[in-house]
Design a protein around this ligand. Structure first.
Ligand SMILES: [Zn+2]
Length: 309
């Protein structure tokens, strides 16, 4: 079997010629996919940093060795699209809303990161010096690594927007398998798409699915998210690649739904933002990563209820 090593992700072959690239905590941040369609390759998302994206491209060449004809974009967030510029021969595909969001937001985000990089890094380092809680220390260490990885190549970043947009569904037919991009509307982001491989019963779910990692409510429509997950669950998949966390399946949809419901109920129940800090993460989710998002999400739900907002 052909292999490829990257410090940015771990590759997992989930079906013959279908690889999940799972973030290993060094600047990829989001997961990605590599799919052998027969005569060409499709890449799903392009990760956060150019060094991770360069490895993703090399992995596609080493494992499959066919032209990368398309990049399928699950949503507009930087950790799924910022490697786009390296896939210069591929047509990048997204929904129109994802295209618009990328056009509006990515360059200002990059500019802000460049401006705030050193202040942010010293803030994180300072917090790490005084933080006693092991869970929080490990999250701070991950954030520091991420900021350092981003800093390595951010000055070489250029915005590469999608070339092709579609509204609801787009099918790509290869000689050995068919792939569908299915748009589910707004849940985690303003526009969430999955990549569905009906012949293989594999879905690349983007950030509609988080496996053992807290999801983010900061954008999108979290009150709609569980309905979207019910829709997604109608696909007869046996394997689901999340945007964050390891490869999962149907049971992971249920775990995430439970967590989303719990955070919404908690945010609806508290009477002050500060009360979120007193909440306990349910035992079932105590080992999930990015725990600070639990509190941020509950606060967001609370703040969204405030009439003056
Ligand atoms: Zn996202």
């Amino acid at each position: 079997m052909k292999t490829f090593y990257s410090e940015h992700f771990k590759l997992k072959e989930i079906a013959d010629g279908i690889f999940a690239a799972i973030d290993s905590g060094r600047g990829a941040l989001g997961n990605a996919g590599i799919i052998d369609m027969g005569g060409f390759t499709v890449v799903v998302d392009t990760m956060m940093t150019l060094q991770a994206a360069a490895d993703l491209k090399s992995a596609a060449q080493a494992l499959i060795g066919k032209p990368i004809k398309y990049v399928a974009t699950t949503h507009c967030h930087g950790d799924h699209v910022r490697g786009n510029q390296l896939f210069d021969e591929a047509a990048i595909i997204s929904t129109p809303s994802t295209y618009e969001a990328m056009k509006e937001r990515i360059m200002p985000q990059v500019k802000m990161q460049i401006e705030n990089e050193s202040a942010y890094l010293s803030m994180l380092t300072g917090q790490l010096e005084t933080e006693k809680n092991e869970e929080k220390r490990s999250e701070l260490r991950s954030s520091i690594t991420l900021v350092e990885e981003i800093a390595k190549t951010i000055h070489d970043f250029s915005l590469r927007l999608p070339d092709v947009t579609f509204e609801d569904k787009l099918t790509i037919a290869g000689s050995t398998r068919t792939l569908e991009l299915l748009h589910f509307g707004s849940a985690h982001s303003i526009s969430d798409t999955v990549v569905w491989l009906p012949d293989d019963k594999v879905v690349f779910a983007g950030d509609l699915l988080f496996v053992e990692s807290f999801p983010s409510f900061q954008e999108g429509n979290y009150r709609r998210w569980n309905r979207v997950l019910d829709e997604l669950n109608k696909l007869p998949f046996t394997c689901a690649v999340p945007g964050h966390g390891g490869v999962g399946g149907k049971e992971d949809i249920q775990h995430l739904k439970e967590l989303i419901e719990h955070m919404i109920q908690a945010g609806d129940a508290i009477s002050a933002e500060s009360a979120a800090e007193q909440l306990l993460i349910p035992d079932k989710f105590a080992k999930w990563s990015a725990q600070s998002l639990f509190f941020r999400n509950v606060k967001k739900v609370f703040n969204d209820r405030q009439p003056d907002k």
